[in-house]
Ligand binder design. Structure first.
Ligand SMILES: Cc1ncc(COP(=O)(O)O)c(C=O)c1O
Length: 397
């Protein structure tokens, strides 16, 4: 069988691979603690479950409009107006997709021609690079590890070429949990306007920001970006609804019409029942969002304080999302249980095989030498998992 160059060049999702391996080991009866998954461990809010049950009972089992049911689009538009003071026309400027992931791909599909360059700020979420490549584009990676995990305007400007078309911004970020401050976003906005670029603004973690910080929506910060930005959001992280697969995208009419056509040929509508469930969540799960936020914040503090007790590793305190990105470069090249730790991938394999803890190598996020912990885990699992991690690091020679 001969595969396309596209298929051959694609890297599998490292996060899904780790959580898959961890789940398989769990099924074999191993006491695995997974810090790998990028999903809340809570059950979806009752408002979502009830709305889904009602939709089933009402027989909402048919195709819906390819870009989503009008009721949900209206609710998303209302949410954006309430939360960010932004006005989007629900029927023409809002699209409901099968998760945020396909919406990012469809947006890239509508913007990227072969050879076009798209900027991403590393460490970055695993799928951006692959999706850009699938569209024939060239991911241009800007390393932010030396600048507090934020891109500097000068590094962006230095990366621009006549082929640069746009960029993907993710705040709060996965895997670092960095929350982009106003000054960074303002500087980016100026560059985007000056160089006639577009932005895919992935704010899927916008409800998970801590320590009194505010998530900033870049369009509400600078209205010049209204016509050159696709906002990406969804029910997965805010409402613990990863399995339902509901995302939303908002942007200018012309672009949304193209993205809608793309979706029409790709997935058609997202699951009808899941759309009603997401509507239930948007209308009635605010209290659940607050409760989950509080729980995540407590876990974040616990994770950070436990990890900070461990010598030879360092971290920057995350201010958003539910991840901690840990610098393990001091451990590389040394030995653990008689074997050399060549790199972060090897480190993660050893952690899983020897201590039954699943963590994701930084190289999956374009930054080798780091590992990502997700703290979407119970407090007990966090304490036990970090205890094992500490034991492992202590045994590195
Ligand atoms: C930064 C980022 N964007 C998008 C997604 C995809 O979200 P969804 O599950 O809605 O497709 C994820 C999921 O891990 C993510 O971390």
């Amino acid at each position: 069988m001969k595969f396309s160059t596209r298929a051959k060049n694609m890297e599998p999702s490292a996060t899904l691979a780790i959580s898959g391996k961890a789940k398989a080991m769990k099924r074999e009866g191993k006491p695995v603690i997974s810090f790998g998954a990028g999903e809340p461990d809570f059950t979806s809010p009752k408002a979502a479950l009830d709305a889904a049950k009602e939709a089933i009972d009402k027989g909402e089992t048919h195709y819906t409009p390819a870009t989503g049911i009008p009721e949900l689009k209206e609710e998303v538009a209302k949410y954006y107006e309430r939360r960010f003071g932004l006005k989007y026309n629900p029927s023409k400027e809002v699209i409901i997709g099968s998760g945020a992931k396909p919406l990012i791909f469809e947006s890239l599909g509508c913007f990227v021609d072969p050879g076009d360059e798209v900027l991403i700020f590393a460490p970055a979420w695993v799928s951006y690079v692959e999706q850009i490549k699938l569209c024939g584009g060239k991911p241009v990676i800007i390393d932010t590890t030396q600048s507090n995990f934020l891109p500097s305007p000068s590094s962006i400007e230095a990366s621009l070429t006549p082929n640069t078309r746009g960029m993907i911004i993710n705040t709060p970020s996965n895997p670092v949990g960095v929350v982009y401050p106003e000054e960074t976003l303002k500087a980016i906005a100026d560059l985007v306007v000056k160089h006639d670029l577009w932005i895919i603004y992935d704010e899927i973690y916008e409800r998970l920001v801590y320590d009194g910080l505010e998530h900033i929506n870049i369009v509400s910060l600078d209205s010049r970006l209204r016509d050159r930005t696709i906002l990406i959001n969804g029910a997965s992280k805010a409402y613990a609804m990863t399995g339902w697969r509901i995302g939303y995208a908002l942007g200018p009419q012309e672009a949304m019409s193209k993205i809608g056509d793309f979706q029409g040929h790709l997935t058609s509508n997202p699951c009808s029942i899941a759309q009603w469930a997401a509507l239930g969540a948007l209308r009635g799960a605010e209290e659940d969002v607050k409760k989950m936020h509080k729980a995540f914040d407590e876990r974040r503090k616990k994770m950070v304080s436990l990890l900070r007790e461990i010598p030879n590793i360092t971290l920057v305190e995350p201010k958003g999302a539910f991840y901690v990105f840990v610098d393990i470069r001091n451990c590389l090249g040394k030995t653990y249980e008689g074997k050399t730790i060549d790199d972060d991938v090897k480190f993660c394999e050893m952690a899983l095989e020897s201590k039954y803890i699943a963590i994701v190598p930084g190289s999956a996020f374009l930054v080798p030498g780091f590992v990502r912990f997700s703290y979407a885990n119970s407090m007990e699992e966090i304490e036990e998992g970090i205890r094992r991690f500490k034991e492992m690091v202590a045994a590195i020679r």
